[in-house]
Design a protein around this ligand. Structure first.
Ligand SMILES: *Cc1c(COP(=O)(O)O)cnc(C)c1O
Length: 380
């Protein structure tokens, strides 16, 4: 192995159960976009299917992949679908997200007519992200047209929040008010037809009970990663999340380097003492943020070691002078636990000036995901 990503599916299942219980009676949907936040789409989908009311993905291809893996749960495609992908979405019995009445809608209607079954859909309302969604002023009229469209089966209406990681965010409460106003004229019909209203992602699901509505869409928390340090501080007494992903590699060599020598591109690191420099066989092409150059840490043989010099395309350096056990072949942990030490995705992200979301979402698909099978205690 050059690198290995190990994913604890039991931890993901436990997180899904914890979150589902917390937000009950609201429904729970897990967000599996970006290869299940780097954890592996089909494996995560199969593991949590029986714990969720729905699965959200970004594109039609992901819906097809989940169906190919035998997953039967309702699927909502959150992102745009190209006309050429409509058949894939339809055959995957996935719900589209709708936010306009343009030619896309006519293409979807045509797909449904050909297939002889209505296209399922959720309508998206923009309440403050200014990204995708119907404006407040047009929302009710457009949603009414979806409701009366014989080619569509409207299953949900939703919005997305901009600042729910912040405590007592007035903006978040204003977004809820906007969403409610936008739906006002069709509210009775939506209720009569059991159309789901949803708004909260992980942070709001934990911090804002009023935003749970009929369903939440939880991504990052499902993987045991806190959406923000504020969310962690506010909710960790009430909610236990188990990190699921470990990212490991092995040292290729350990170099003995005398004092005063330069290490790596740009000569940004110079040894101040006789040093032992471990070389990792992965770099920014394999997902180590280059911003960790001279700023990150890894675990080597269960001890913390600083990343020194610049992270290269396919290699990086760790100063293992103080890790006496370090040698070629030593286990290196970038995310996860080794002995008493642990590095969380958010720890790594903070050192790189980014967020845990980005770190796990950018882990390359090509790195094999390993899913250890735990033997239930007592059954051996
Ligand atoms: C990604 C996403 C989510 C999940 O967000 P988390 O913060 O990871 O829980 C929910 N809804 C939409 C529309 C998204 O794009």
């Amino acid at each position: 192995m050059i690198a290995e990503i190990e994913v604890d599916l039991d931890a993901i299942r436990a997180n899904a159960r914890t979150l589902a219980e917390l937000i009950s009676p609201a429904g729970f949907s897990a967000v599996l976009k970006a290869n299940a936040y780097g954890h592996g789409l089909a494996a995560v989908g199969s593991a949590i299917e029986s714990h969720v009311d729905a699965i959200c993905v970004y594109g039609a291809g992901e819906a097809a992949e989940l169906r190919a893996a035998g997953i039967a749960a309702p699927i909502l495609i959150l992102g745009p679908v190209e006309p050429s992908e409509l058949a894939t979405a339809y055959e995957s019995r996935a719900s589209l997200t709708l936010w306009s009445e343009g030619s896309f809608l006519r293409d979807a209607e045509a797909t449904a007519r050909r297939g002889g079954r209505r296209f399922e859909a959720h309508a998206k309302v923009d309440s403050g992200v200014s990204r995708l969604g119907l404006d407040e002023a047009n929302a009710a009229r457009t949603i009414a047209s979806y409701l009366s469209n014989p080619a569509l089966h409207l299953r949900g209406v939703f919005t997305h929040l901009a600042a729910a990681e912040e405590l007592e965010s007035e903006f978040t409460l204003a977004q809820l008010a906007t969403f409610r106003r936008a739906l006002g004229p069709v509210d009775r019909t939506l209720r009569e037809r059991s159309v789901l209203r949803h708004a909260a992602a992980s942070a709001a699901a934990m911090l804002y009970p009023a935003l749970r509505l009929d369903m939440v869409r939880a991504g990052i928390a499902t993987y045991g990663i806190w959406p923000s340090s504020q969310t962690h501080r506010a909710a960790h007494d009430a909610v236990t999340l188990l990190p699921a992903l470990s990212w490991r590699t092995k040292l290729v060599v350990v170099r003995e380097v005398e004092a005063g020598r330069s290490v790596g591109y740009g000569c940004t690191f110079r040894t101040e003492r006789p040093s032992r420099i471990g070389v990792l066989p992965i770099g920014y092409a394999e997902g180590i943020p280059r911003a960790l150059s001279g700023a990150g840490e890894v675990l080597v043989e269960g001890r913390r070691a600083p990343i020194v010099g610049r992270v290269c395309m396919n290699m990086a350096f760790a100063d293992v002078t103080d890790v006496t056990a370090a040698r070629a072949g030593s286990r290196v942990t970038l995310i996860g636990a080794d002995g008493p030490e642990r590095i969380e995705a958010n720890d790594l992200a903070e050192r790189a000036g980014t967020i845990g979301y980005e770190v796990v979402a950018r882990l390359p698909q090509a790195v094999p995901r390993v899913y250890p099978v735990r033997v239930a205690s007592g059954s051996v």
